[in-house]
Design a protein. Structure first.
Length: 354
């Protein structure tokens, strides 16, 4: 039965992503140079050197999945720049993204990299969507349990089938439906199965403060979708109590439009284990998250920081003005240009006033 699951995973990766998952291979050759217009022949088993000039060591765990060697001429296959950092004394990659990058795919891949379950070949500066999906397909194959009861195996096969249908959505975005009762509370959907199979915790911080009794009563155990439906229906009700509850719930959604509350932050800080790696859903986006010395940090994957020491950004308020830190969680001082900018603005303001 396990073989049929494996064939299913291989089929999905091959059909949806035009890839071939081959056994008895040990490395996924990522072959993109800084000069993107000049695309090399991937039929050769060579790996392009990094332009950073660093002697980057590979991690001990390598992916047995190899992408089908071919020239990439499909513009829909996005290219992402790799940022190499020093983490725990070793060179480690971070997959960066542009403004409209597929954040679920990036967030999940980076967590798997930091967990040591994915190894990106050294001396590589770019990676494609094909490559990332091949890595995930490999990790899903590794999650297939051995010697389990038939009933459990049938259930696992169904979950695997559902996950395979969701896998291509990682390129564009996932639909998740939060519940406001806990950081790990989501309506269970095929999208959530992906995280279960990969053993990656999915959290959110859109919680109601227990002291807000009226909001707790209005929202109850509703998911977001259920709450929106309840608001629409109750606002048209002839029952004044239902109308009031609808207005209270609507006000809560409006005031917490960033999908993060201070109570949610407290719960995340309390529930996450030290140095735990997970994915945070917030404001319809996904990001890699960890806790270090009782502080929350989001992985900085913006491509604009690829040449900066910035690796993490603290998450200690809902305003989004956290502090940047490096791989060792040491604050990164602002650049000189950032320090001089306020004084220059002050001079301009003074001239205007004169």
């Amino acid at each position: 039965m396990a073989a049929s699951i494996e064939d299913q995973v291989k089929s999905v990766v091959s059909v949806d992503l035009e890839m071939s998952v081959e056994e008895n291979t040990t490395e996924l050759p990522l072959a993109m140079n800084e000069n993107v217009d000049s695309i090399p022949d991937l039929s050769e088993p060579s790996i392009l050197p990094s332009t950073s000039g660093d002697n980057i060591e590979e991690s001990s765990i390598e992916s047995p999945v190899k992408a089908k060697s071919s020239v990439i001429d499909d513009k829909s296959d996005s290219i992402y720049q790799i940022k190499w950092i020093s983490r725990n004394g070793c060179k480690s990659p971070i997959i960066t993204q542009n403004e409209n990058g597929p954040c679920p795919l990036i967030a999940i891949t980076n967590v798997l990299i930091m967990k040591g379950r994915i190894t990106v070949p050294s001396l590589v500066d770019f990676v494609t969507t094909e490559n990332l999906m091949a890595y995930l397909g490999d990790c899903i194959l590794e999650s297939i349990p051995k010697n389990i009861p038939e009933g459990t195996q049938l259930n696992f096969e169904q979950n695997m089938h559902d996950a395979m249908a969701v896998l291509p959505k990682l390129q564009t975005g996932l639909d998740v439906n939060v519940k406001f009762t806990g950081i790990s509370d989501f309506e269970y959907t095929p999208e959530c199965i992906i995280f279960d199979l990969l053993r990656i915790p999915l959290y959110h911080g859109w919680l109601i403060d227990p002291q807000m009794i009226d909001v707790m009563a209005a929202v109850g155990k509703c998911s977001y979708n259920q709450l929106v439906e309840k608001i629409i229906n109750s606002k048209c009700s002839s029952d004044p109590e239902k109308v009031t509850e609808a207005l209270v719930a609507e006000n809560f959604l409006e005031k917490t439009a960033s999908q993060l509350t201070y109570h949610g932050l407290c719960e995340l800080t309390s529930k996450l284990k030290e140095d735990e790696l997970c994915v945070l859903f917030r404001n319809n986006h996904f990001s890699s998250l960890t806790k270090h010395k009782n502080c929350l940090y989001q992985l900085v994957t913006d491509q604009g920081f690829v040449n900066e020491n910035t690796v993490w950004e603290s998450l200690n308020n809902i305003e989004g003005d956290g502090q940047f830190v490096d791989a060792d969680f040491i604050p990164v001082p602002p650049k000189a240009a950032d320090l001089t900018l306020p004084s220059e603005l002050s001079k301009e303001k003074q001239i205007d006033q004169e």
